[in-house]
Design a protein. Structure first.
Length: 337
């Protein structure tokens, strides 16, 4: 294991911590109440009815008298948002416009940024297409037929990939560098040495976001059932998208429920979105893979109860049994239904 914390200079971290305010950082996710010289809340790390989680503005430090957790703003993001040290530093630095020194970032992370950036541009393009493109009518109809409101579509950043082979390509990837990033991001499929085309065509697209809220891939559903194409199409695994780790809807669920005690695991992104529309905002889905040990482990970091909810068909029953077998060794006082 590489200790990535060594790559970011200590003076940068000190300067970052001196410029941010831990009260604001925590208050953004766990609403704090002023009590004397401190700020308090019910602890996000253990179950309680009366607040024993306290944030000290002068010391820029939090401490829970109930479960004993403590630390600075970086530590809070690591524990609360399940981020790595570097991710937490980058998130905080980004919020106040500080640039994490290049020496603190390896080449891989520079390349990852190119991939994240093109995915982010694609997300905006698809969102615009759903709103503006006349051909999106059928896509809008599909979403409306499933009872989704515009707000739900907006919360999940649902978009539309128009029919055609190069809409996205022409819109966001004119230069070769972007084209390369787009191929690495799984947005374009390489045809030959200098030609590529859009992977997602004439589909409703669901951006898949990681725990930090960055788009790492897409799921696409055909809207014209008569075409000879797979009904669902996901981005391939890439440098930033590992299907055995990521769960669709996890970020969105955390936006609504700070303390994700109970999580429902469903089969597809449309299930997640429809449940959210119905007010059940704690559902997540695996992405075209069976539930893995990594999925369960990451869910159990925040949740004390996981409910698996699969279709009643043979495949669903099989998936349910496999998930059960997977969970049993990991339980340790948690509930799985
Ligand atoms: Zn606590």
């Amino acid at each position: 294991v590489v200790d990535t914390s060594k790559r970011i200079p200590e003076d940068f971290i000190q300067s970052l911590l001196s410029r941010i305010d831990i009260v604001e950082v925590i208050n953004a996710v766990v609403p704090l109440r002023k009590a004397g010289s401190n700020y308090v809340a019910c602890c996000p790390f253990h179950n309680e009815k009366t607040p024993s989680f306290s944030v000290n503005k002068n010391k820029q430090f939090y401490h829970c008298f109930g479960c004993g957790v403590s630390g600075d703003a970086i530590q809070f993001l690591i524990d609360h948002n399940s981020l790595s040290f570097v991710e937490a530093v980058e998130l905080l630095a980004g919020q106040i416009g500080m640039q994490v020194p290049q020496s603190g970032r390896n080449e891989a992370s520079v390349e990852h940024n190119l991939i994240y950036n093109i995915l982010s541009e694609a997300t905006v393009f698809f969102e615009q297409q759903l709103r503006q493109q006349t051909l999106a009518k059928q896509a809008v109809q599909y979403l409306q037929d499933r009872g989704l409101t515009g707000l739900t579509a907006k919360n999940f950043r649902i978009g539309f990939a128009p029919p055609g082979w190069s809409n996205l390509l022409d819109a966001i990837a004119k230069d070769p560098e972007k084209r390369t990033a787009g191929i690495k991001a799984g947005l374009f499929i390489k045809k030959d040495a200098n030609k590529c085309y859009d992977r997602f065509r004439n589909r409703v697209v669901f951006p898949i976001r990681n725990r930090r809220g960055r788009v790492i891939g897409f799921g696409g559903r055909v809207i014209d059932n008569t075409v000879d194409e797979p009904k669902y199409l996901n981005s391939p695994e890439t440098d930033v998208f590992n299907k055995s780790q990521e769960l669709y809807g996890f970020y969105e669920a955390r936006q609504t429920i700070q303390k994700l005690d109970a999580v429902i695991v469903v089969e597809g992104y449309m299930d997640v979105v429809s449940l959210a529309q119905a007010g059940i905002t704690n559902a997540v889905a695996t992405l075209g893979t069976a539930c893995t040990e990594q999925h369960v482990t990451s869910l159990l970091k925040t949740a004390t109860e996981i409910t698996f909810c699969f279709d009643g068909d043979t495949a669903g029953k099989k998936a349910a049994w496999r998930s059960l077998e997977l969970c049993l060794p990991l339980l340790d006082g948690k509930n799985v239904i």
